[in-house]
Design a protein around this ligand. Sequence first.
Ligand SMILES: [Zn+2]
Length: 167
Amino acid sequence: MRCPYCGSTNTQVKDSRPSEDHTTIRRRRVCADCGGRYTTFERVQLRELTVLKRSGRRVPFDRDKLMRSVQIALRKRPVEPERIERMVSGIVRRLENMGESEVKSEAVGRLVMEALKALDDVAYVRFASVYKNFREAKDFEALLGELTAADDDEEAPPGRAAASAED
Ligand SMILES: [Zn+2]
């Protein structure tokens, strides 16, 4: 496994242990050339997936890329890394279980939105705003309204409360 710092392939595994739910193996590695330390994860991959982009281009499904976009949406949100990890694994399993070797990027986006909606409202809105490529603030407001309506147990922010009082 090539060192991410110096590019050397001369790296050693220092420690291997399974995650709590035994779905991954975590390996701590150290580079013999630059001393850099990093971690790799080993996971089961049920099938090779290809993503069909809106542009018509096909790219291999990349779990890390999916994880990065989810993490951007969840930036500074109070969600434990384990839950994010489980969420992403759940999405990947669902994609694999669709039984197709090719999935549309829209299908991936939909699954991420569903999962984020269950996990964290703010992250959901962030992701959805990028994914749905909103051009108008109106669309955003409609989505926020949808979320506020779904959250009966949470107090509406002052701005929303004022807006509904005018209705
Ligand atoms: Zn190195």
